[in-house]
Write a protein that binds this ligand. Structure first.
Ligand code: UD1
Length: 417
């Protein structure tokens, strides 16, 4: 087991390159199983969620070849076997194998998915979609069996614009007979990346990135190539680091449009930044203005940046608020920020944050992926030494975070416990 040790207060200069989007990659890897033959996925981030998916792909008897961030998945010998609990609990995205295997084989057996503890995380909207297409879902304890004699396209209106359900229903519908229309679909940019991959395989999908996605079923999909889009959440996290500590910190490989909601808040707060094509250069600003942030579905302020953003709010002058509307439990990091000296009051889903406050180094625990990233940001600006435990959560979703930060001047390293 390891812990992260950070000596705070050092400015960040130089360049951080953004990797492929976790939330795209974790859907593209299962999606490769829809095609017959070999698919290539480029720019796959080196995160532990990727490795957990590889274990499931191997269990299903597919061959994976990896060369840095490029992976090839060969489905020639694919076997549709039970996905056991030990593998499926490692990450939430294991649920994508439900849509994929149901689509291809009309039968899937899988244990309930895992993931960060940020809410109850039901999958009822996914299952409703599968049922609308003609599937029968049986649940025994934690094991799901989903069968269909035939999947038939239909109109499915999602109760909530769920990212996972939108993608999973796209998977299930790709081999269905006729036309499926997903209404109130999630509009996150990662979904466009998934649609592009499926269309390059031979699928007929349009509308990803809007609230209506139309899928005309096909009978065959072939191997192809796709590149994972840049990770807008990783980008946002380092942009926040730049706003807190930048001394000409350059974050490259971003798509500014994907981070529009964060940039709008930067403008309101007076963050010192300059966009240059697919890069952004950030400098620390002493006089940040307090603001109110509410997380929303895309293109609103992303829930995955709410926790890191709350650290910037501790450094703004006056009273800010951070309201979380997507997940009920994205509050795990607040007690640790309080322990470090932040002035935060929690009122249901809203944190009232009074700034600016000096944060002091101490011993803290990552409670989830993005909460863990928030604590790293807090430790980077704190006086003295901070030790962060339970760091596995962070390594699930941030590629090479220790090196990326130490390369730009942060005093951060891993230590064995
Ligand atoms: C994805 C992202 C996650 C992000 C979230 C919202 C991945 C791997 N993860 O998660 O980082 O925080 O989108 O942007 O892409 N819900 C239901 N029933 C369902 C499905 C969802 O009630 O069947 C609820 C959830 O409890 C939550 C909300 O809908 O309150 C959003 O969930 P969803 O968009 O599905 O998130 P994920 O796809 O799991």
């Amino acid at each position: 087991m390891e812990k992260i040790v950070i000596e705070g207060g050092f400015p960040l200069s130089g360049t951080i390159s953004i990797g492929g989007a976790k939330n795209s990659a974790v859907a593209l890897i299962p999606a490769a199983l829809l095609a017959d033959g070999v698919s290539t996925i480029k720019n796959v981030p080196n995160i532990t969620d990727r490795d957990a998916l590889f274990d499931i792909v191997k269990l299903l008897n597919c061959d994976i070849k990896q060369d840095g961030n490029v992976i090839n998945i060969d489905t020639t010998n694919l076997k549709n076997v039970l996905i056991n609990q030990e593998l499926s609990v490692k990450l939430r995205a294991s649920y994508y194998f439900m849509g994929v295997l149901l689509s291809k084989y009309k039968h899937v057996e899988i244990y309930f998915p895992g993931g960060c503890n940020i809410g109850t995380r039901p999958i009822d909207i996914h299952l409703k979609g599968f049922k609308a297409l003609g599937a029968k879902v049986t649940k025994r304890k934690h094991k799901y069996t989903i069968d269909a004699s035939n999947l038939v396209g239909t109109e499915i209106k999602l109760d909530f614009a769920s990212v996972g359900a939108t993608i999973n229903i796209m998977f299930a519908a790709v081999y269905a007979t006729g036309r499926t229309i997903i209404k109130n679909a999630a509009k996150e940019v990662e979904i466009i990346n998934i649609m592009d991959f499926l269309n390059k395989m031979g699928a007929k999908i349009e509308g990803a990135g809007t609230d209506t996605i139309i899928i005309d079923g096909v009978t065959k999909l072939h191997g192809t190539e796709i590149e994972v889009i840049p990770d807008r959440i990783e980008a946002g996290t380092y942009m926040l680091a730049g706003a807190l500590l930048g001394n000409n910190l350059k974050v490259t490989g971003i798509i500014p449009e994907h981070n529009k909601a964060l940039l709008n808040k930067f403008d309101e707060m007076g963050v010192n930044y300059k966009l240059e094509g697919n890069s952004i250069i950030l400098n620390k600003c002493e006089n940040l203005v307090a603001t109110d942030v509410t997380t929303e579905v895309y293109p609103g302020f992303p829930t995955d940046l709410g926790q890191p953003m709350s650290v910037l709010l501790t450094q703004a002058n006056g009273t800010s608020s951070m309201t979380e509307t997507i997940w009920e439990n994205r509050k795990g990091h607040y007690p640790y920020l309080q322990k470090m000296g932040a002035n935060i009051n929690l009122e249901n889903q809203t944190a009232i944050i009074k700034g600016k406050t000096i944060l002091k180094g101490t011993e803290i625990n990552a409670t989830d992926l993005r909460g863990g990233a928030a604590l790293i940001l807090a430790a980077l600006i704190a006086t003295g030494k901070t030790t962060i435990y339970e760091i596995d959560y962070i390594l699930r979703g941030y590629e090479n975070i220790i090196n990326k930060l130490s390369d730009v001047g942060a005093k951060i390293h891993l230590e064995q416990i």
